[in-house]
Design a protein around this ligand. Structure first.
Ligand SMILES: [Zn+2]
Length: 317
C-alpha cells in the first residue's frame, strides 16, 4: 500500500483546572487509511473537556486508537476518560511503560516530585485496563511506523503516518512564531542527553519531511527543527555545565536556576521571541524552561555520582 504523502491532523485540547494555560494540553486527531487515531491525550484534569471536543469531531463514529508518544501525565492522563467514552478504542504504548499505566501510583509520585505545583494541573491518573493496551512492539498497521525515540523520556515513541511524523517531545517543544518555527528545549528530569542525540540523529534519516510536535498545533518542517534543536541543546550544555560546576553548598539552587533561565531567554536566539509575550504566558514559558534547566543539572548530578561510584539521585519512574 502506498503511503499518503501528507497526513493532516488537528490538535484537540482539554482545558485544565488552570484555564489560563489554554490550549496547551491534548493530542492530534487524524484519520489515516480508515482508522481514527488520537496521538497523545492530554491531562486528567482536561480529559472531560477533551472528550467533549473530540466527540464533536467524531459524532457517533468510534475512535480506533490512541498512540501515546510517552506516558508523562500531560500526554497520557486523559487515557482513562477516553477509554470510557470509546469502549472500542485501544492504545499503543511503549512496552516498558505499560505497567505504569496499569499501576500508576509510582508515575504519580514521580510527577509530583519532578513537576511540583504543575502536578495538580495534570491530575492524578487512574489505572487503565491492560487488555486495551498494545505494546508498541506488537503493533503493526499498513503505512504506520512506530519509532523508538528515547531521550525526553526513557520510553518515548514517535509515529510516522504516511510521510508525516508525530514526534511528541523527541525534538523538544518547537513553537510557531510568525512564519518560522523556533526551538525550545523539553529536557525536564530525567533528561537523557545521549539518548536524545541518538534519537535526533535517527530522525534525521526519516523520510518524513514534516512533523507534528507536542504542545504546538501547527505542522512544521522536520529536518530544520532537528538541526536547530541539536544546536540549541549544545548551546545550553556549553552555557549550563560551567554554571553547574561553579555551584557551592551555599548556592540557592532554585534561585540560581531561575536566574540562569532568565539569562537563557536573553542569549538564546530560539527563545528570545517569547520575551514579547505578556507576563502570564511568559511566566508559564519560564516555568517549563526552568524545569528544562533543572533536567540538565540533574543529568550533571547523575553523571558526577556515577563517575564517583556513588548511587545517582533517584528520580527514575
Ligand atoms: Zn513529556
Amino acid at each position: 500500500m502506498r503511503p499518503q504523502p501528507k497526513t493532516t491532523a488537528q490538535f484537540v485540547w482539554g482545558v485544565t483546572n488552570r484555564p489560563e494555560l489554554g490550549e496547551m494540553f491534548g493530542g492530534f486527531y487524524t484519520e489515516f487509511l480508515g482508522k481514527r487515531i488520537l496521538i497523545d491525550c492530554g491531562t486528567v484534569t482536561g480529559a472531560k473537556d477533551l472528550v467533549q471536543r473530540l466527540k464533536s469531531i467524531l459524532g457517533d463514529k468510534s475512535l480506533d486508537f490512541v498512540f501515546l508518544t510517552h506516558i508523562h501525565l500531560d500526554h497520557s492522563g486523559g487515557l482513562s476518560a477516553i477509554f470510557k467514552a470509546w469502549p472500542q478504542a485501544k492504545a499503543v504504548v511503549h512496552e516498558d511503560a505499560i505497567r505504569h499505566l496499569i499501576y500508576p501510583a509510582k508515575l504519580w509520585r514521580s510527577t509530583k516530585r519532578v513537576m511540583g505545583e504543575m502536578a495538580a494541573v495534570y491530575g492524578e491518573p487512574r489505572s487503565v485496563d491492560d487488555e486495551r493496551l498494545i505494546p508498541h512492539t506488537a503493533f503493526s498497521h499498513p503505512g504506520i511506523q512506530v519509532i523508538e525515540t528515547p531521550g525526553h523520556a526513557a520510553h518515548h515513541l514517535s509515529y510516522r503516518l504516511g510521510l508525516t511524523l508525530f514526534c511528541g517531545e523527541a525534538v523538544g517543544c518547537p513553537y510557531a512564531w510568525g512564519a518560522n518555527f523556533h526551538s525550545r528545549p523539553a529536557t525536564p528530569p530525567l533528561y537523557y542527553p545521549e539518548l536524545t542525540f541518538h534519537s535526533l540523529n535517527l530522525l534525521l534519516k526519516e523520510p518524513a519531511k514534516e512533523a507534528y510536535f507536542a504542545h504546538t498545533h501547527e505542522r512544521g518542517p522536520l529536518m530544520e527543527t532537528i538541526l536547530a534543536y541539536r544546536r540549541q541543546l549544545t548551546f545550553w550544555d556549553q552555557f549550563l555545565f560551567p554554571k553547574w560546576s561553579e555551584m557551592t553548598p551555599e548556592t540557592d539552587k532554585k534561585a540560581y536556576i531561575s536566574q540562569l533561565t532568565d539569562e537563557l531567554f536573553e542569549i538564546d536566539p530560539e527563545l528570545k521571541p517569547l520575551l514579547s509575550l505578556e507576563s502570564q504566558p511568559l511566566e508559564t514559558e519560564k516555568y517549563f524552561m526552568r524545569n528544562s534547566v533543572l533536567g540538565f543539572f540533574t543529568h550533571y548530578d547523575t553523571r558526577k555520582a556515577e563517575e564517583e561510584g556513588q548511587k545517582p539521585p533517584n528520580f527514575r519512574v
